[in-house]
Design a protein around this ligand. Structure first.
Ligand code: UT7
Length: 338
């Protein structure tokens, strides 16, 4: 069979309209713009409307991604969505909801749950499916409405996150300089309690006479994080992961056009940037605007430099993410969008 490579043909994002500033949190919590800015770099984040679910955000990003790839919905033969805040727990998947709203029928669609590493895992899956000639054009979407699972009485988590979506179309190329060079993914469930959304209606928690729906919701529905432990492990893991993928592919950090890490905390981004010795002007930072949008953060950051004209076809991108599970991963790819 002819050798083909997976290739990122487009990138897109969607940011909901409600901008929430640090000053807005000062009104409801014992916090300050100074603390949030100094400890995280975040100044604003955007929250979706009550009736705007994560799949709706995903559809908006997906429509733009398909258009920018010069395609129509009918050209897409697989849809995969990464989310930790799906419309429904269990079923239907966000990917099915997104497909249906795009008019895609009788094509496979499924979700993955790898938290903030979602987009890297999506790239890994799409690369395998394309290079094995299983599918031709894959729509990958990271879509999050994290505002719906935040505990607004917990200042150590609720100020950190935002809503949003990012999407890309992954197709094929025969040109090595247009390919997704490599994707590394990994996980260690030993640290599963560092980041959790224990809104569990699955195997661990069943509605019973002892629990009413409202009690279950109140006790278990919110995102919880051991911030400090996560921070330390994130810096070490991300830096090692980046060094490994560069070495494995014999690519020098100087040849990377942009380093686009998961946007959780400016201090993590800066620490990793220093450890991998990348030119700071090549580090893409959007956390100050959008906060942490989990699976949507990397595609939103890629689209940020696309929209402002900095990203060009042929640029070599280095992506890196870390999240609940714990999961992590990195990727090297030549951007192949117009
Ligand atoms: O996306 C997946 C991966 N996620 C991450 O990688 C996030 C990793 N973690 C972090 O970004 C940081 O650990 C946080 C931003 C969550 C917290 O920053 P920190 O510098 O690690 O602070 P800390 O948790 O050690 O807390 C220091 C102090 C505490 O007060 P005391 O105990 O020293 O009196 C907290 O209660 O800061 C306090 N604090 C706050 N103060 C004002 C925590 N949150 C706030 C807040 N406003 N919003």
């Amino acid at each position: 069979m002819e050798k083909i490579y997976a290739s990122m043909k487009s990138i897109a994002s969607y940011v909901p309209k409600n901008c929430i500033s640090n000053a807005d949190f000062e009104k409801i919590l014992d916090t300050s713009d100074e603390w949030i800015t100094k400890r995280t770099g975040i100044k604003t984040r955007y929250f979706a409307d009550d009736d705007e679910d994560s799949s709706a955000l995903g559809v908006k990003a997906a429509e733009i991604a398909i258009k920018r790839a010069g395609m129509q919905s009918s050209d897409i033969d697989l849809v995969i969505c990464a989310t930790l805040s799906p419309d429904y727990l269990g079923m239907p998947s966000n990917a099915c909801l997104i497909s249906s709203r795009l008019g895609i029928e009788n094509k496979p669609a499924f979700d993955i749950t790898t938290a903030c590493s979602g987009f890297i895992y999506l790239l890994s899956l799409a690369k395998s499916f394309i290079e094995s000639h299983t599918y031709s054009n894959i729509l990958i979407v990271g879509a999050e409405k994290i505002s719906s699972i935040l505990d607004f009485s917990d200042r150590s988590t609720c100020v950190l996150f935002g809503d949003g979506a990012g999407a890309a179309v992954i197709g094929s190329t025969k040109n090595e300089n247009e390919r997704i060079v490599d994707v590394n993914i990994s996980a260690n469930g030993k640290y599963n309690d560092f980041l959790m959304t224990p809104r569990c209606l699955g195997t661990k928690l069943h509605f019973s006479n002892e629990f009413s729906v409202s009690q279950v919701d109140k006790i278990h529905s919110y995102l919880k994080m051991k911030g400090n432990e996560t921070f330390k492990l994130a810096v070490k893991t991300l830096a090692n992961d980046v060094k490994e993928i560069l070495l494995k592919n014999d690519i020098n950090i100087k040849d990377v056009s942009y380093f686009i890490p998961h946007q959780a905390n400016l201090r993590i981004i800066n620490a990793v940037g220093d450890m991998i010795e990348i030119d700071p002007s090549k580090v893409v930072i959007t956390v100050q605007k959008y906060g942490n949008t989990s699976a949507a953060s990397i595609p939103m950051a890629i689209d940020d430099i696309y929209k402002n004209g900095r990203l060009k076809k042929g640029d070599l991108l280095l992506l890196d993410a870390f999240g609940g599970g714990l999961t992590w991963g990195s990727s090297l790819l030549y951007f192949n969008g117009e």
